[in-house]
Design a protein around this ligand. Structure first.
Ligand SMILES: NC(=O)c1ccc[n+]([C@@H]2O[C@H](COP(=O)([O-])OP(=O)(O)OC[C@H]3O[C@@H](n4cnc5c(N)ncnc54)[C@H](OP(=O)(O)O)[C@@H]3O)[C@@H](O)[C@H]2O)c1
Length: 245
């Protein structure tokens, strides 16, 4: 029986690249996001590409009322139910510094909102003894830096959450893959200056599928970000605090 994927943040170009591949292998797709009209076009495309089925459902990370309907839909699916989380928001750090009230939204989008869905999905995965969670974090979560430390903190929290969820679901036949992309050419980074080694959303999707096949736990995409972040993590704090990396 084909696997069913709940894709949170399905309008992200990384998500779209993964959805095209999952559709082609005949999986079922529930595309979750805020703009259902937009997502319906993706669902139609997924059906043409071979998805077992493709439908949309509302998900706004800042509106807890969405969670129950997503979990009810997940529970009604036959067979293995998996989830892929692409939700995140990154307002400029200067805007957050000027208005600290933005912090809650960033943390809700990147961590607590998606985690509320995953917490409800976990018992379903445990009861069925199968299921995968893909969580997209960021290299920004590996070390707080002046340019985006609130976003980075939210991503670090999500990565820690995923680590614990892996620990929980692994003993019940589930699997959790943490994905840490570097700079990627998407709506989130549109117009940002100073980016380097920019990857395509297709590259991220390809790396995710390859990691799933190998049952990897944590990946950097592209892979060289593992080396870059390894070096950045090694820089002593007394030196790092003076840098503007
Ligand atoms: N681009 C990069 O360089 C980069 C690097 C590392 C990690 N990432 C991460 O990769 C993931 C995908 O991002 P992207 O680069 O593809 O950018 P994106 O197009 O801006 O994707 C962000 C996704 O999050 C959704 N979202 C934001 N706030 C939401 C909310 N309150 N409720 C529900 N959905 C919400 C967006 O939906 P709407 O269409 O409704 O806004 C969109 O689907 C994010 O988690 C991002 O943090 C990106």
């Amino acid at each position: 029986m084909a696997e069913t994927w709940i894709v949170l943040g399905a309008s992200s170009s990384m998500a779209r690249a993964l959805v095209r591949r999952l559709a082609a292998r005949g999986d079922g797709l529930i595309l979750a996001g805020r703009d259902l009209g937009d997502l319906e076009r993706d669902a139609a495309d997924a059906r043409v590409r071979g998805a077992a089925f493709a439908e949309t459902i509302r998900f706004d990370a800042r509106d807890l009322a969405c969670v129950a309907s997503i979990l009810a839909r997940a529970g009604a699916c036959e067979g293995t139910v998996s989830a892929a989380v692409f939700v995140g928001s990154m307002p400029p750090q200067a805007e957050i510094d000027a208005d600290p009230g933005l912090i809650e939204g960033v943390v809700t989008d990147s961590f607590t909102g998606p985690a509320r869905v995953l917490q409800g999905l976990a018992p379903i995965i445990e009861a069925r003894g199968a299921g995968t969670v893909i969580g997209v974090g960021s290299v920004a979560g590996d070390r707080g830096r002046i340019g985006n430390y609130v976003y980075g903190a939210a991503k670090a929290a999500f990565a820690t959450y995923l680590s614990g969820l892996r620990n929980r679901l692994g003993r019940a036949g589930g699997h959790v893959l943490t994905v840490k992309p570097g700079f990627t050419d998407t709506a989130m980074t549109w117009g940002i200056e100073g980016m380097f080694l920019v990857a395509s959303p297709d590259k991220v999707a390809t790396d995710i599928l390859s990691a799933l096949e190998k049952q990897r736990n944590v990946i950097y995409t592209p892979f060289f970000w593992m080396g870059i972040m390894g070096i950045i993590r090694l820089i002593p704090e007394r030196v790092f605090k003076k840098l503007s990396v």
